[in-house]
Structures are given as C-alpha cells and as structure tokens.
Design a protein around this ligand. Structure first.
Ligand code: PLP
Length: 258
C-alpha cells in the first residue's frame, strides 16, 4: 500500500503536544505517512518552554535531502524555524521544488516563549512567505509580520491582503483568538472562504496551530485543492480542540484520537 507522504520541517516538543510530535500524530490520523526534518529541540511541557536549541543548518539540509532524494514528498509543512539562518535555508529548500508548502510562521508559543529570533522576521517576510502555497498565521503573527492588528472579523480581510503582499499563493488567517465563533479566513486575493466552527471552552489547546497546518499539508498530499484541504483541516482541528485534555500542571494538548 502506498500512502501519501508528508514532511514536517519544525521543532521538537519534548512534551508531545505541539511541534513535530503534533505534526506526526496529525499526519497519521489523516491516513498519510509523516516524515520529519527537525530544526530545533525544545525542553518543553504543559507549563512552557524551558529551553530551545536550534540545530546546525547543515543538519537540517541533510535531513531534508535524505527524505526527499529517496522517499519523496507530496506536501511539506514548516513550523518553528528558530533563526534567520534556518528560515533562509528552509525557504531555499522548499522554494526549489513544486511540492505544495504550508508555512506556519510560528513566532511565540501560547505561554509567551519565543520560538523565532526577532531578527528572523525579515527573512520570514522576504524569503519564506514568497515560497508558501498557504501561510497560516494567527493574529499575533499577523501583527508581528505586517503591523496590522485585528480586533474584529471585518479586519481579517485587510490582514489577509497584507500577508498576501509578501507573496504566498494563499493565506489562512486564524481568527480563533477573536471573541465568539472560531472563524478563519482563507483567501488567494480573489476567492474568499470563511471557515467557521463553534467555540469550545477548553483551555487545553496546546498544539492547535501545528495541528491545523499539518492537517492542511496531509490533505494536500492526498491531492485535494487548497480550499478542500483547509475545510477538512478545520474540521479535524475543531475535533482535536474539543477533545483536548489536561496533562501536567498547565495547558494540555489537543487530542488526535477523537
Ligand atoms: N513548541 C514547538 C516546537 C512548536 O512548533 C510550537 C508551535 O508551533 C509550540 C511549541 C507552541 O504551541 P502552542 O502555541 O500551541 O502552545
């Protein structure tokens, strides 16, 4: 049996809730073969990130080559990239192929721990976003990258336009932090899809962003269009958030076994 193959290029979360670990669980749950290029190792649990160590650029390039040259990939997802050097190396790797790439421009974790050096923002804007098939920023990342602050649903449209000006083919702005329904806007600048889900009052949401981006990549690897993949991914992450559970003394993870 040949499974669609999906690659995550992201950081490891030792607590198993976000990062590479969330990505691989999502890929498995959605019937794909998940592979990983690890960019950084974090010492992390439900209370926060206690330490983070980016890997050397050569180690990241070597992992990528090993996977792509032999096994092959049908979609890529990027997450925590830690430094400008790594952002640029990963942009070069994924920009050199026509494999669809879902770019989650991870900046800061829910606990407020930085997962990307502030000096890397320019590389994200000018190198990584231009090679993205879909970029999936949350509202904090939109503000960091574009200066546009979103406080209402109507403001999602100008925020999307600001991100699209950097060159991704599509943007999915995650409006989950707005009050009311969990609404996201997916657009390529001409077509708009408003993705809505009921809000689940569950604080155990660690790994939400990683899960959504990986689910989109898994669906793209199955041959779905970007809008189809985003709709399926939203449904998947909504179920995972509803089933999120307590683990440790802080914020528990979303659940991939729902
Ligand atoms: N740790 C790693 C390695 C991540 O990649 C991410 C998010 O992308 C996080 C932690 C943060 O997860 P959350 O903000 O859902 O707690």
């Amino acid at each position: 049996m040949s499974l669609p193959r999906v690659l995550t290029v992201a950081g490891s979360d030792s607590g198993g809730g976000a990062g590479i670990q969330a990505d691989l669980k999502t890929m498995l749950a959605l019937g794909t073969h998940g592979m990983s290029v690890i960019t950084a190792v974090t010492a992390q649990n439900s209370l926060g990130v206690q330490g983070a160590w980016p890997l050397p650029v050569d180690a990241v390039r070597a992992q990528y080559r090993s996977v792509v040259d032999d096994i092959g990939v049908q979609a890529v997802k990027t997450g925590m990239l830690a430094s400008a050097e790594l952002v640029e190396a990963v942009a070069e790797l994924i920009g050199g192929t026509d494999v669809p790439a879902v770019v989650d421009p991870v900046g800061v974790s829910k606990h407020g721990d930085s997962l990307l050096a502030a000096s890397s923002l320019d590389s994200v804007r000018t190198r990584l976003l231009p090679v993205a098939t879909v970029a999936t920023p949350n509202l904090d990342e939109v503000a960091q990258l574009t200066g546009v602050r979103v406080e209402s649903e109507e403001q999602l449209r100008p925020a999307a336009a600001a991100v699209l000006s950097y060159g991704p083919r599509w943007v999915l702005i995650k409006g989950g932090h707005l009050p009311g329904e969990a609404v996201d806007l997916l657009t390529d600048g001409s077509v708009e899809h408003w993705l809505r889900a009921p809000r689940h009052d569950n604080r155990h949401t660690h790994g939400t962003g990683c899960t959504l981006a990986s689910a989109i990549a898994a669906e793209l690897a199955k041959g779905r269009s970007v809008p189809e993949a985003a709709v399926a991914a939203k449904e998947y992450v909504t179920g995972a958030i509803a089933a999120g559970f307590a683990l440790g003394g802080g914020i528990g993870p979303v659940d991939h076994g729902w």
